[in-house]
Design a protein around this ligand. Structure first.
Ligand SMILES: [Mg+2]
Length: 284
């Protein structure tokens, strides 16, 4: 079954957000960019950058990703977007100011984990450790299914032990909980991250502030678009706030989102159509 019509969705969002600020929150991998075998090889879908550029003049745009902040800054250089990195751990405003949104993992936790992962994965083909400095992700997209186990189980056990280590997370900044780490599974990836880093909590905070970082009196109409399990809390927040969550998936599945698009190409069509609809609605 194919997904929703992006033009109809855009018209609905433009009508629903009339007279209000519109917040467009977008995941990166699998949403704005086709999934690539290695994270470094992923690039924005054709037309995505131009569509984002137009949309930034008409709405607040935020990228909410599991990627590290430096990586996102490079990818979205020149666009006035808010960047939320590491699943909601840090936020960079369009003016370049950076905030910590959740507790970080204690440096010792990651320092002890790195050599253990390296020892486990040495001589194992296809495994890729992405060290974001504040979180660690282990990708297995290039490992043949038949060769995943028992290594995948061992990786999970190592990450879970690190997450449960005493003092795994250290409170810092607003929203810090001091809770331990947690292990998150995504598409062909396992990631250790602070338990408080969550895309849903990050989206709630974005909805409470404009792109300038100042608190707004009126709540925005929220659109969230994402493709993975890590996006579900944010898709649910968008729906709960009376906005819309859009799942990117080529087949229907259980989700908090009320709409679905087939892939990144359809997301670009939605963003373009949304820019058209907002511009004509507002006579720009
Ligand atoms: Mg994704």
């Amino acid at each position: 079954m194919s997904g929703d019509d992006p033009h109809a969705l855009a018209a609905r969002i433009a009508a629903s957000s009339h007279g209000r600020r519109l917040l467009v929150a977008l995941d990166h991998d699998g949403t704005l960019s086709p999934i690539a075998p290695r994270p470094d090889d992923a690039h924005l879908a054709t037309g995505a950058r131009a569509a984002l550029e137009r949309l930034c003049a008409l709405a607040d745009v935020a990228i909410v990703s599991g990627r590290g902040l430096d990586d996102l800054v490079t990818r979205f250089a020149g666009l006035p977007v808010t960047l939320v990195s590491e699943h909601g751990l840090r936020r960079r405003q369009p003016d370049g100011s950076i905030e910590q949104l959740a507790a970080t993992l204690a440096p010792d936790t990651l320092a002890q984990l790195r050599p253990r992962l390296a020892a486990l994965l040495t001589d194992q083909a296809g495994w890729l450790v992405e060290d974001k400095g504040v979180t660690i992700a282990v990708h297995h997209r290039l490992v043949p299914d038949a060769e995943l186990e028992p290594t995948l189980g061992a990786v999970r056990a190592l990450l879970e032990a690190a997450a449960a280590a005493p003092g795994a997370a250290s409170p810092s900044g607003p929203g810090a909980s001091g809770a331990g780490g947690s292990v998150q599974s995504g598409k062909a990836v396992l990631e250790l991250r602070p338990a408080g880093a969550d895309k849903g909590a990050a989206l709630l905070r974005l909805a409470g502030q404009g792109s300038s970082g100042r608190a707004h009196r009126t709540s925005p109409h929220v659109l969230m678009v994402g493709d993975d399990a890590t996006d579900e809390p944010a898709l649910a927040v968008a729906e709960l706030l009376g906005g819309i969550g859009v799942l990117v998936a080529d087949t229907a599945r259980t989700t908090a989102a009320s709409a679905r698009l087939d892939g990144p190409d359809q997301v670009v069509v939605l963003l373009d159509a949304l820019a058209d609809a907002l511009a004509s609605r507002d006579g720009r």
